[in-house]
Ligand binder design. Structure first.
Ligand SMILES: *Cc1c(COP(=O)(O)O)cnc(C)c1O
Length: 383
């Protein structure tokens, strides 16, 4: 018999998504078309933003925004040191230089007090990350950067998160979301750029589809589909398929229910694990709503019953999947020249543990995770 395992994350998809996908095969419209357009409209409405532009991933979306804004060689873009590697990589896609800033251990987000010292003449943009769904302190960041430095939010984890009454993705020039299965809503792979800037939106739409002045949907459904458009800018193929759009649309309709359930069980975890001294549960944002894409705790290396990796291994043998929060990008081989320079990021990489949190877990699963952790006795007590 297969061992029961509580997964770190599982997509919550079902019959509705399956049927929505079928519709595309019935009509024969497979690449970006009416379903993507509908998904974009619904996403923009849900997040209170003028434009939502679907792309193939958060990574390509971030790249597209940087490229559309004209970031290139010689430019610098500030990014947090503790994040998914893509946040830094997209800067390099443009030939620009990622400038790392350490994070705040309580929120795991970029530390605004360390940003000013990294700003130079070459700084063109900053990419704050709402890591695990905790909204970054955008006002504190905006206060320490020159006015012409743009803010691009890495909102990969932040569908539904908010900051001072505004949704993530609407706090800077643009925001970019991810629909990877590890995120709260998914369409397999996919991303969404949000912006209130009309000119930028037009440029993004063009650049995601080879730089064509007329979109394929417009052309094929228009009066003269045989007239090919002009191409005036260097574009990419970052188009989302209509099957993904159809799935995304269904997933978006479930977002509020997903968020509510995640909030409920995050609170449950925080209360139930409060008595566990060696594990520090994530804090609630001071000004906004967490979207709880992941529930990432800190293991106190001084009193933990064993090392963080051994804890993950022990939990795994007891049927509970966990993961480190994410990378200290600056400790990876690709960015090895920065190793040792960002102590908080390195500490978070070494000591964070994400507990299972997703919309296919039962109340019993959550209490099993809590009971198992509480049964692991701190080393100080053993001695
Ligand atoms: C998941 C994630 C990404 C990458 O998203 P993709 O859609 O897989 O490209 C980027 N940044 C952060 C913070 C993420 O969590």
């Amino acid at each position: 018999m297969e061992k029961q395992q509580i997964h770190i994350a599982l997509p919550s998809t079902g019959e509705q998504e399956w049927l929505a996908t079928r519709e595309c095969f019935d009509t024969g419209w497979l690449t970006q078309g009416p379903k993507v357009a509908e998904f974009e409209r619904a996403f923009a409405k849900r997040h209170g933003v003028r434009h939502a532009i679907a792309v193939t991933s958060c990574t390509t979306g971030l790249h597209l925004v940087l490229a559309a804004y004209g970031i290139g060689p010689g430019d610098e873009v500030i990014v947090p040191a503790f994040t998914w590697v893509a946040t830094a990589n997209v800067v390099r896609f443009c030939g620009a230089t990622p400038i790392f800033v350490d994070v705040d251990i309580d929120t795991y987000n970029i530390d605004p007090t360390l940003v000013a010292e990294k700003v130079t003449e070459k700084t063109k943009a900053i990419i704050p990350v709402h890591l695990f769904g905790h909204p970054a302190n955008i006002d504190a960041i905006a206060a320490v950067i020159p006015e012409d430095v743009i803010i691009i939010e890495d909102a990969a984890c932040a569908a539904g998160a908010s900051y001072k009454g505004k949704y993530a993705g609407t706090l800077g020039l643009a925001g970019v979301f991810s629909f990877h299965p590890r995120k709260t809503i998914t369409c397999g792979e996919g991303g969404m750029i949000t912006t209130n800037d009309d000119a930028l939106a037009d440029k993004l739409k063009m650049m995601r589809s080879h730089g064509a002045t007329v979109s394929e949907e417009q052309r094929h459904l228009g009066a003269k589909p045989h007239i090919l458009p002009d191409f005036n800018v260097l574009g990419y193929n970052y188009r989302m398929t209509d099957m993904q759009g159809a799935v995304g649309l269904v997933q978006l309709s479930k977002l509020d229910a997903f968020l509510e359930e995640r909030r409920y069980f995050s609170q449950y975890y925080r209360e139930a694990l409060a008595q566990c001294l060696w594990i520090k549960t994530p804090v609630e944002p001071v000004a906004g709503d967490h979207s709880w894409q992941a529930f990432v705790c800190l293991v106190d290396p001084q009193i933990a019953p064993m090392g963080r990796n051994e804890i993950m291994e022990e939990l795994n043998t007891r049927g509970i999947s966990t993961r480190p929060g994410t990378h200290a990008v600056t400790e990876l081989g690709l960015y090895a020249e920065h190793r040792g320079c960002f102590p908080n990021a390195a500490f978070c990489e070494a000591n964070t543990i994400a507990l299972p949190l997703h919309n296919k877990m039962s109340e019993k699963d959550y209490s099993y995770v809590v009971d198992t952790i509480l049964s692991m006795v701190p080393s100080k007590v053993l001695n």
